[in-house]
Design a protein around this ligand. Structure first.
Ligand code: NAP
Length: 336
């Protein structure tokens, strides 16, 4: 297995080449099994995974408490290797509705205090605002995290779903380890304007949605029904004709994957890994079985002919439907 570490930017830590995205263990993809989720976190740490990604708003603290329990019950040697990557700032109400973003300095410190408590840790390894707060200059939000770094409560400052100009402004305020952004075979918007800037500034990418939320995992069937509340029940790429067209791309990818003796998911993850040493895919595995499959991507080597075959199977702009519903696309500074 290819397990040499990747650097989270020029100022961040060395990390295992795949991170574990824990969101689906609490929210957005239907019911998850708590015991299996915790066993998955332990299995990931056991396999060498270091980065555990969460957000304080994933089921309103549930995900952080779950990770907190997983860390508490892990053997000390594994717990000490874990690095927490935490998003904040997305506002919820008791019904779970989303009601904007808060990147004000006082709010940043308040969010961090609660995250430290829920995770049961004395510092957060990477801390980032989930979406740019349009009412607060990014310098103020990043400046507040920098104060938390000075006090030892945060080790590194990350960004999430912001565009080139915001990245430059943030990096001019304090050192930035990584930008978390959706990046997969069918979500390649990052390549034109954002990657050149992160590379110029020595900022890594933690890529999420590398399986496009299961769409390009090779397991989804056209007739699949998502539970109400599941992100995919209202996400454009999973609806009707869009879903049918997107699954055609998956079948084309399957042919390439089979030629490599790999699964579709492994091939999709290996493709993201192949984009550069500065890219760290976050995989949304929530069972040990899916985790084992995802880790298998580290054994898949893609040569120039493989990459060409993959590009032909899934051309850059081939996805049908936007990656978020229209109202949520408006929150993405990275898309403006
Ligand atoms: N910064 C942001 O705005 C943002 C947004 C979204 C997510 N994230 C972070 O990124 C992480 C990853 O995102 P994601 O969960 O959407 O990504 P993903 O890995 O693209 O999708 C996960 C989905 O793929 C399915 N899947 C099938 N085979 C899999 C395999 N071998 N390994 C993993 N999953 C497999 C899972 O289904 P089953 O579990 O049903 O098998 C799950 O529904 C999240 O957990 C979160 O921490 C960040």
């Amino acid at each position: 297995m290819t397990t040499h570490t990747r650097s989270l930017g020029t100022t961040g830590p060395q990390v295992f080449p795949l991170g574990l995205g824990c969101m689906g263990m609490s929210a957005l993809y239907g019911e998850a099994d708590r015991a299996e989720s915790i066993a998955t976190v332990h299995a990931a740490l056991e396999a060498g995974v270091t980065l555990l990604d969460t957000g304080d708003f994933y089921a309103m603290g549930h995900n952080e408490m779950l990770i907190g329990e997983a860390l508490r019950t892990a053997p000390t040697a594994l717990r000490e290797k874990a690095l927490t990557s935490v998003k904040f700032g997305a506002l919820r109400d008791p019904d779970g509705n989303w009601s904007g973003y808060d990147g004000r300095p006082a709010a940043v410190k308040n969010f961090a205090a609660y995250s430290l408590q829920r995770l049961g840790v004395d510092h957060l390894d990477v801390y980032r605002l989930a979406r740019l707060d349009p009412d607060v200059p990014v310098e103020e939000t990043v400046g507040a995290i920098a104060e938390l770094v000075e006090k030892g409560y945060v080790r590194h400052i990350g960004l999430s779903e912001v565009g080139a100009d915001t990245i430059r402004r943030a990096a001019a305020t304090a050192p930035i380890s990584d930008l978390q952004i959706e990046y997969s075979l069918i979500s390649r918007g990052v390549e034109d304007r954002i990657l050149p800037v992160t590379r110029e500034l020595g900022i890594a990418i933690t890529a999420y949605g590398v399986l496009s939320r299961g769409l390009i995992s090779g397991r989804l069937t056209p007739g699949h029904r998502f539970a109400p509340g599941d992100f995919r029940s209202f996400s454009p790429r999973f609806q009707g004709e869009n879903l049918r067209r997107n699954l055609d791309l998956v079948e084309a990818l399957r042919a390439v994957a089979e030629g490599k003796g790999a699964t579709v998911a492994q091939t999709a993850i290996a493709w993201v890994l192949s984009r550069g040493e500065d890219i760290v895919p976050l995989v949304g595995a929530r069972t040990r079985e899916r985790l084992a499959e995802a880790l298998g991507a580290l054994d898949v080597t893609l040569d120039a002919a493989d990459l060409a075959a993959i590009e032909e199977a899934v051309p850059a702009d081939a996805a049908a439907g936007t990656r978020y519903p229209q109202a949520l696309m408006a929150d993405l500074d990275s898309e403006h």
